[in-house]
Design a protein around this ligand. Sequence first.
Ligand SMILES: NC(=O)c1ccc[n+]([C@@H]2O[C@H](COP(=O)([O-])OP(=O)(O)OC[C@H]3O[C@@H](n4cnc5c(N)ncnc54)[C@H](OP(=O)(O)O)[C@@H]3O)[C@@H](O)[C@H]2O)c1
Length: 228
Amino acid sequence: MNILIIGATSGIGHCLWKYYVAKDHNVIVTGRRKELLENMAKNFPEHTHAILCDISHTKLLDNALASIIHKYGQIDLAIVCAGIGELNPNLDVETELSTLSVNVMGWANAVASIYRVFERQKSGHLVTVTSVGGLQPTPVAPSYSASKAFQINYTKSLQSKAKGTDIIITEIRPGLVDTRMAKGEGLFWVMPLDKVCRKIIKAIDKKQKRLIVTRRWRIINFILKHFM
Ligand SMILES: NC(=O)c1ccc[n+]([C@@H]2O[C@H](COP(=O)([O-])OP(=O)(O)OC[C@H]3O[C@@H](n4cnc5c(N)ncnc54)[C@H](OP(=O)(O)O)[C@@H]3O)[C@@H](O)[C@H]2O)c1
């Protein structure tokens, strides 16, 4: 398979890259940290194609997609992991806007552009990584939780749009996962990265519509959805 992972230099995307590259798939990885991308390409040169790309610069993402199609012909699976999440209790405006420029503007451009590629191909599997935090307004990170609510609804819209086609859309909605993203004090139920990724891979294989990971976060998700 030709697999694109947007945001693969660390955390969930990196873990998924390690899995898919070991299975001899062609994995195209993106991120902003050049050195990490270079190391990934050096470690698995036959199956890793690294592209330096900040998704908030929409033109860069569009160029990256064009170059991938030119080289590989098609994308079978695209996983959009890229995201930022800053604690911002003082509502520093620059932080709020930069979160939106990545998690909303850049993310929507990436997801919509991939969807259009899949329409042209008449098939493809798109995976978005949202957050249980999208159901919970968060006073210390309002733009993050709002951006994740946007992603949840956007993914649902694409799932409706894809009905009756061979385009598959999977939403991965994690609770807290042990990556650099999980910030702040008093965090609870922080899930080991390996465990979460194993479940994500299974959900992708099964072409599941949605995975709320892990089981205990499904309970939180249920409470937030029905009682808050
Ligand atoms: N960890 C959690 O508790 C948790 C919970 C729920 C949902 N999530 C979601 O899971 C996804 C992955 O996060 P993670 O936990 O694995 O954290 P992470 O280690 O910080 O990974 C984030 C990835 O996104 C990339 N990225 C960030 N901004 C980007 C940009 N402007 N352009 C391109 N790539 C960008 C980063 O690469 P560069 O820095 O190299 O650009 C990195 O590879 C995020 O969408 C996050 O919201 C995480």
